[in-house]
Design a protein around this ligand. Structure first.
Ligand SMILES: Nc1ncnc2c1ncn2[C@@H]1O[C@H](COP(=O)(O)OP(=O)(O)OP(=O)(O)O)[C@@H](O)[C@H]1O
Length: 295
């Protein structure tokens, strides 16, 4: 597990990170979201040891990572790192060799990654001859080629088409299944929702929510319910403490305020009036959750 504990970092007068704590357990995919400038890249750089924190600590499996440990991390930096004029496979092999991987193994892994990402037949091409999305695929391959024990990826999905997103997601899932912890940042909340086991939301340099997305949603479920039932549901408006806030094709969204068991009263009355197909608290979407905690 990678643990960041109460990390603070200033740039001049600007407090970029304020007491940031988060962890990336082995085998879990952690989505890292936050508005532009929230501090995601700064956090990732500190996690990787390419930038120092003013205070706080970083540990991996209980110890401060030394150079040898950091070589076993995989990092895809925001500024990317490959040479435009370098050939794909050559660059991957070079990077793996820097991490101490034997040439034969590096070549096999590099080719395998390119195959998996749909670039197998372009391994001798120069990076700059690829479209931006395909260049991005190679950048991800570069972070994986030394078979790291931890992956830190700064917006690995940006600019990828849906097929590439799926290929990448499968690859990352394989890594977590093999025990690798993955921390990835993204602005694509639907994708984060689909992929991550845990979520960390950063706002203005502070962690404002973290945990399993489903649990976070339940904590903020509030008092909205969706009722799917047959017949005219207009009677609900006359019930004290009930307000219809949205009409949907097969039902309504209700806002309940008042007695704690009002939901049970509404359900009982709905059942009395006709068949009820479903009645459940309406959980906020990740996007709604994000907006609520980022105010
Ligand atoms: N080297 C630096 N010098 C000065 N300020 C910096 C530096 N790096 C980051 N900052 C500032 O720290 C804050 C956090 O920036 P950071 O790049 O970590 O945000 P981010 O969440 O990754 O944003 P984005 O989603 O736009 O990539 C910003 O206010 C940024 O201007």
């Amino acid at each position: 597990m990678l643990v960041l504990d109460t990390i603070t970092r200033r740039f001049g007068e600007r407090l970029a990170l304020d007491d940031v704590s988060l962890s990336v357990p082995d085998g879990r995919m952690v989505g890292f979201v936050g508005a532009n400038g929230a501090g995601k890249t700064t956090t990732m750089r500190i996690a990787l040891g390419v930038l120092a924190a003013d205070s706080g600590s970083v540990t991996f499996r209980g110890k401060t990572p030394d150079l040898a440990t950091r070589r076993r991390f995989g990092y895809m930096p925001e500024e990317r790192g490959l040479y435009p004029k370098g050939r794909l496979l050559e660059q991957l092999v070079f990077l793996a060799r820097l991490h101490g991987v034997d040439r034969g193994v590096a070549t096999r892994r590099g080719q395998d990654l390119l195959d998996r990402l749909g670039l197998g037949d372009r391994s001798r091409d120069k990076l700059e001859s690829l479209s931006l999305g395909n260049q991005q695929r190679v950048q991800v391959a570069a972070s994986l080629v030394h078979d790291p024990e931890l992956l830190v990826l700064d917006e690995p999905f940006s600019g990828l088409d849906p097929l590439a997103v799926d290929a990448m997601a499968d690859l990352l899932r394989e890594k977590t299944a093999a025990g690798v912890g993955v921390l990835f940042s993204s602005h694509q909340l639907d994708l984060v929702d689909r992929l991550c086991d845990d979520l960390v939301i950063l706002h203005a340099g502070r962690v404002v929510a973290s945990g399993e997305p489903e649990k976070l949603r339940r904590q903020r479920a509030g008092s909205r319910y969706e009722l799917v039932a047959e017949g005219d549901l207009g009677w609900l408006d006359a019930v004290a403490g009930v307000r219809i806030v949205d009409h949907r094709r097969h039902g309504v969204v209700l806002e309940l305020s008042g007695a704690p068991d009002l939901d049970q009263t509404v359900l009982a009355e709905a059942v009395r009036r006709g068949p009820v197909r479903s009645f459940a608290p309406l959980l906020p979407s990740l996007s709604e959750l994000f907006q609520e905690v980022s105010r």
